[in-house]
Design a protein around this ligand. Structure first.
Ligand SMILES: Cc1ncc(COP(=O)(O)O)c(C=O)c1O
Length: 384
């Protein structure tokens, strides 16, 4: 691909306000930050222009999304997924995470969630004083899959909602129509609310696998679902101010959801609205080039990890995160081992499996290569 945008260079975030780069810097000054899920790349130039322009005026008081943003969102959902969404179904949020908490609290009762998972899926149940019902994943023919027999068992244990992560962080799967249909059938049969976090929907690395919002399976599923989407992950907007959307067709569920978040999840900022509009209206080319670059990084990580003794991983279909099995190292804390050797990875334990590590490959190829070299050197002293 001939690129207009340069992903081989990125401003150095060491010593900046980056949480990913700072968290371990005191303990290990030269450490490479590869744990938190943000990217080292600048957002698209269109975003920087739109935000800079907006700062010039008019005054940034309490803002609302411009009509143009709503229209662009609705057109995009129809173009990408054939999903016709009514503007009244949209609830603006300052991030996807508040939406997870709002949904489980609106549904009440226990929370079924895939395990492993992004840690807020477990916390949303725990901090809402609801029973967490983790659903087993297992690797079948080299691919992570949900255990549907286990899902049926869990529905009988007082569940009120199913929190779905698709595409999935950390296992990197894009769920197929058949898998989504099984989830939907079971949830409808047991009258569970489905809350589908689709924040990674724009980071599709396997081009032949489409992202399917679960709500598009049928009008019945649509009516039982809260869908959470945001441009912040694919366009790296977190520090500008996230803008997320909950899409909730059923008015009763929408009302219950809004009540849970009333006064808690404040409204997104005017800069976040401008950034989101610039991404969705003007960001397609940048996103296509980013994905092309990330595919190269994904292939590189997969090759290098396959050659490292004691580590293995499955293919990453979506996201910029690799979920690495370190069980053969037989270490209590494999993340600490690599931290000492200069690479800060996420500990799998907080995502449901302490034998795993999560590596963020949304960085320049050179940084990634250095990270993998350090990991390889660290392993070379072990007898595995
Ligand atoms: C699945 C998932 N949901 C939500 C978030 C965070 O969303 P936000 O920053 O919009 O609250 C992340 C961040 O990594 C994520 O992976």
């Amino acid at each position: 691909m001939n690129r207009k945008f340069d992903f081989d260079t990125a401003p150095d975030r060491r010593g900046s306000d980056s949480h990913k780069w700072n968290k371990y810097a005191e303990a290990a000054p030269d450490v490479i930050g590869a744990w938190l899920a943000d990217m080292d790349f600048m957002p698209p130039p269109a975003v920087i222009d739109a935000v800079s322009e907006r700062l010039k005026g008019p005054a940034l008081g309490y803002c609302e999304p411009r009509r143009e943003l709503i229209n662009v969102v609705i057109e995009r959902l129809e173009k990408l997924y054939g999903w016709r969404v009514h503007p009244s179904w949209l609830v603006g949020l300052p991030g996807v995470v508040p939406g997870l908490y709002g949904a489980v609290r609106a549904a009440g009762n226990g929370v079924i969630t895939q395990s492993p998972n992004y840690h807020h899926f477990f916390k949303a149940a725990e901090y809402s004083d609801q029973k967490s019902l983790p659903l087993r994943h297992r690797v079948v023919n080299g691919r992570w899959e949900m255990d549907f027999d286990h899902l049926r068992e869990l529905t009988g244990q007082g569940a009120g909602s199913f929190l779905l992560c698709n595409p999935h962080n950390p296992v990197g799967r894009i769920l197929s129509q058949d898998e989504l249909q099984q989830v939907a059938d079971i949830c409808l049969e047991h009258k569970l609310l489905i809350c589908s976090d689709e924040i990674h929907a724009d980071i599709l690395l396997d081009q032949e696998k489409p992202h399917i919002p679960i709500a598009t399976l049928s009008p019945e599923v649509e009516q039982r679902t809260v869908t959470l989407m945001s441009p912040s992950k694919a366009f790296n907007l977190q520090g500008i101010g996230s803008f997320a959307l909950a899409i909730i067709p059923d008015p009763e569920i929408r009302n219950a959801f809004e009540k849970q978040l009333y006064g808690v999840a404040t409204y997104p900022s005017g800069l976040a609205f401008e950034a989101a509009l610039a991404c969705y209206r003007d960001g397609d080319q940048w996103l296509a080039e980013l994905l092309d670059y990330l595919r190269g990084n994904r292939d590189f990580v997969e090759q290098r990890i396959a050659a490292m003794p004691g580590l293995s991983m499955t293919h990453v279909e979506a996201t910029f995160l690799a979920w690495i099995d370190a069980s053969r190292l037989e270490m209590e804390n494999p993340a600490h081992f690599f931290l000492v050797h200069g690479v800060a990875l996420s500990e799998g334990g907080e995502m449901g499996d302490a034998n795993y590590l999560r590596l963020n490959f949304a960085c320049t190829r050179a940084e990634l290569e250095e990270m993998l070299n350090r990991m390889e050197r660290a392993l070379s002293v072990l007898d595995v």
